[in-house]
Ligand binder design. Structure first.
Ligand code: TGC
Ligand code: FAD
Length: 400
């Protein structure tokens, strides 16, 4: 499918908001990485994103640029295609990407945290050398197959399976809602072996019996491509099995990494909505006054920046714990759940504050709001994360 990239002539006026001087807690490297990604988003994402979202098309050409700004695996070692930076750098890069669009952040989250990370963490040296440099440079696109049509929140019930067949496994089953699957060169797939143990495999797009049809009709994350993974007697060489993990903790470990990035990313979407609402309230007049002069508008803006600031601090503290290797999965769940819900509230409020203009593509609000409806669902729904916190504080498991 060819399409000339239609660049909008509109200038991206976004300004960062740092009410609690959190920049003082960052290093020079963090700020350099953050500013480079912010500039890249202004130059490469903002001018095209409305057009791609309108057409429900994925700007696949951005994979190379994402690689160049270091968005794939920022905290993975540089010798394996990562950025060699710390967890705060990773988070802050996700924040800037999602400021542009959650779908762009999704492209980076999946590639870095759900494909490169498991190959790095659970793969052998040969697998690392074969795949990671190509993924890190954007030459290869990857996807992550955990969710199935009948097993979303409860992946342990998965039925996708592998059977031993000499030097290969025979893979059967189907995965659903897979970000990037229709454009992916490889898929990290989770399947049960004959003993019922969950294993990870690297499936390549040309393997016979493997297809990845696109899911159409999404009203959310329209600039991100989503599809299925269908496996019909796919012969996957045993060399493609990730040898160093068994069980659900394999995929859940990747999710911890990605959920952490989303906790930061959602703040970016909220900041963009707040920034737009603040500017609009200083420009738009009704009843002979700027909207920002009305107390009700000020209440909305004051509450938005308060919630954004709390979320920024939560992310920063989580990043500090992650750098020390001390961030627990339950702490990550709390931040993902809180920050995405906060961003959704900010987007909805900002939408109202723009009046009729708020439903148009003239402003980024409606796109962020619709995107966040996916973000609040994927990587563990809002309620699943609540139950994870509930289990952590009580010791009682309320899932079953
Ligand atoms: P449970 O018995 O609790 O745990 C099984 C094993 O896993 C360990 N574990 C974790 N390890 C690392 N990180 C985590 N977050 C972990 N959570 C649990 C746990 O310690 C245990 O280890 P071991 O050694 O004892 O075996 O498992 P459960 O079956 O009871 O499930 C718990 C539950 C419901 C929380 C889990 O299934 C869950 O998180 N469900 C939500 C599913 C989900 O998030 N799916 C996301 C799919 S990928 C996606 O959405 C990508 S979107 C990407 C994009 O576009 O950006
Ligand atoms: P269900 O699990 O059926 O949940 C439906 C509702 O029931 C939810 O509100 C949920 O909170 C609630 N619920 C479920 N269990 C309980 C319980 N025990 N108690 C109370 N309430 C409960 N998956 C991948 O593997 N890879 C991807 O790349 C990927 N990308 C995605 C991209 C998009 C755009 C979307 C929308 C999803 C993506 N997913 C991906 C799947 C995503 O992770 C799942 O949609 C999510 O985990 C929820 O699963 P489900 O949709 O089957 O909902």
């Amino acid at each position: 499918m060819s399409h000339d990239i239609k660049k909008s002539s509109k200038t991206d006026l976004y300004e960062y908001h740092d009410y609690y001087n959190i920049d003082e807690l960052l290093s020079e490297d963090h700020i350099l990485a953050r500013d480079a990604v912010r500039e890249w988003v202004k130059q490469e994402v903002s001018p095209i994103i409305e057009d791609y979202a309108n057409r429900a098309a994925c700007p696949v050409h951005l994979f190379k640029g994402l690689a160049e700004v270091g968005a794939f695996g920022p905290s993975l070692p540089a010798e394996y295609g990562g950025g060699g930076m710390d967890e705060i750098a990773y988070g802050i890069i996700m924040q800037e990407l999602e400021r542009g669009d959650s779908g762009i952040r999704s492209m980076a989250s999946v590639q870095g945290s759900l494909v490169m990370y498991p190959i790095y963490k659970y793969g052998n040296e040969e697998q690392r050398r074969k795949y990671l440099p190509k993924l890190g440079s954007g030459e290869f696109i990857g996807c992550f197959g955990l969710t199935e049509p009948d097993h979303g929140s409860n992946p342990s019930g998965m039925i996708t399976n592998i059977k031993d067949d000499g030097d290969a496994y025979i893979l059967n089953g189907a995965k659903m809602w897979i970000t990037n699957s229709p454009v992916a060169d490889i898929a990290v797939v989770w399947a049960k072996d004959e003993a019922g143990i969950i294993r990870g495999l690297i499936v390549e797009k040309d393997m016979k019996g493997f297809s990845a049809p696109e899911i159409h009709g999404k009203w959310s994350l329209r600039a991100s491509v989503t599809g299925e993974l269908v496996f019909e007697d796919v012969r996957v060489p045993k060399a493609n099995l990730l040898p160093n993990v068994q069980g659900l903790k394999g995929p859940l470990g990747c999710l911890s990494k990605a959920r952490y990035g989303i906790a930061w990313g959602a703040v970016g979407a909220a900041l963009d909505c707040y920034d737009s609402a603040l500017r609009y309230s200083k420009e738009r007049e009704q009843f002979g006054k700027k909207l920002g002069q009305f107390q009700l508008t000020q209440k909305k803006l004051a509450e938005m920046i308060t919630e954004i600031t709390k979320a920024q601090l939560l992310s920063w503290r989580l990043g500090t714990l992650a750098n020390q290797g001390k961030a627990t999965p339950a702490q990550i769940s709390m931040a993902k759940r809180n920050n995405v819900a906060m961003a959704l509230d900010v987007a909805r409020e900002a939408r109202q504050m723009h009046g009729g203009m708020g439903i148009t593509g003239e402003y980024p609000i409606m796109r962020h709001m619709a995107n966040l409806e996916s973000v609040v669902t994927y990587e563990g729904t809002h309620d699943i994360h609540l139950l994870i916190t509930g289990m952590d504080v009580t010791g009682f498991n309320a899932f079953g």
